[in-house]
Design a protein around this ligand. Structure first.
Ligand SMILES: Cc1cc2nc3c(=O)[nH]c(=O)nc-3n(C[C@H](O)[C@H](O)[C@H](O)COP(=O)(O)OP(=O)(O)OC[C@H]3O[C@@H](n4cnc5c(N)ncnc54)[C@H](O)[C@@H]3O)c2cc1C
Length: 223
């Protein structure tokens, strides 16, 4: 589907939110991601597109996502920085299983590493919009406090638990299990190292595989 670049804004140092207008509302569920292709990408070994988690709401004509712009960065990200309002890009169909379960009574454990927090933004906004109060346990790990995102959004939802961990401290699966109900559904999102490390810990501690869903934001060493 065709997208038209609207604007970008810096949410925190090196972290940018991109907004595109879509020709019609994209069919997706809060928590899903899309592959975005941008024009003008030169010699990128990974090609012109990347996958981004949507932080906007289904039904809206503006699609939003966030990304980290490291130095150096890929030709794909350089092309994103060169976009002018009105420039065209495109996206594929949305995918992903970090979505809300149908049963509203299941306790939800959202674990985010850095900009992996993007995976929960649309879900929390949806719960706020529909005034649905679900038990949500939120664990957010950052390498620096200045990288904290969406503080207002998460503060406006009645989270059952809101735990921020800043490096050199680390979130452990044991900590999560000690502070959330045993019948929870566990969501993990962040860098590959963050997600795979926690997933292995959860499994070692006896959490069934089918109670864990995860997205790792590949390409980044850390988030
Ligand atoms: C399900 C899923 C959801 C995702 N959601 C998001 C999301 O919401 N937001 C998001 O940002 N990403 C997301 N990603 C990851 C995203 O698709 C990209 O893989 C990621 O942003 C890295 O982008 P990049 O390859 O353009 O590398 P960059 O971000 O440009 O670089 C990655 C690393 O490589 C280094 N590097 C890059 N180019 C060079 C070079 N020429 N020389 C030396 N070092 C270099 C950088 O300094 C950096 O350390 C998601 C991935 C998946 C699978």
């Amino acid at each position: 589907m065709k997208l038209c670049f609207v604007e970008r804004r810096e949410l925190a140092p090196t972290i940018w939110e991109y907004s595109f207008e879509s020709e019609r509302p994209l069919d997706f569920v809060s928590g899903q991601y899309v592959s975005i292709a941008v024009p003008g990408v030169q010699d990128d070994p990974r090609g012109p597109s990347r996958v981004y988690t949507l932080t906007s709401q289904p039904g809206e004509s503006i699609l939003k996502f966030i990304l980290k712009l490291p130095e150096p960065h890929s030709p794909h990200k350089e092309a994103l920085t060169q976009l002018k309002p009105g420039d065209l890009a495109s996206c594929q169909d949305a995918m992903g299983d970090l979505i809300l379960p149908k049963d509203p009574s299941i306790p939800l454990v959202f674990v985010a590493g850095g900009i992996g927090v993007a995976s929960y933004v649309s879900m929390i906004q949806k719960l706020l919009d529909t005034r649905e109060e679900r038990p949500v346990f939120f664990y957010y790990a950052l390498s620096a406090k200045r990288e904290q995102l969406y503080r207002e959004l998460f503060n406006s939802y009645p989270l059952t638990l809101n735990m921020l961990t800043i490096a050199p401290n680390h979130i452990t699966a044991q900590q999560v299990l000690d502070t959330s109900p045993p019948d929870s559904f566990y969501y993990l999102s962040g860098s590959q190292r963050f997600v795979e490390g926690l997933r292995a810990q959860f499994e070692q501690l006896g959490v069934p595989r089918n109670s864990i869903v995860f997205d790792y934001y590949d390409g980044y060493v850390d988030l």
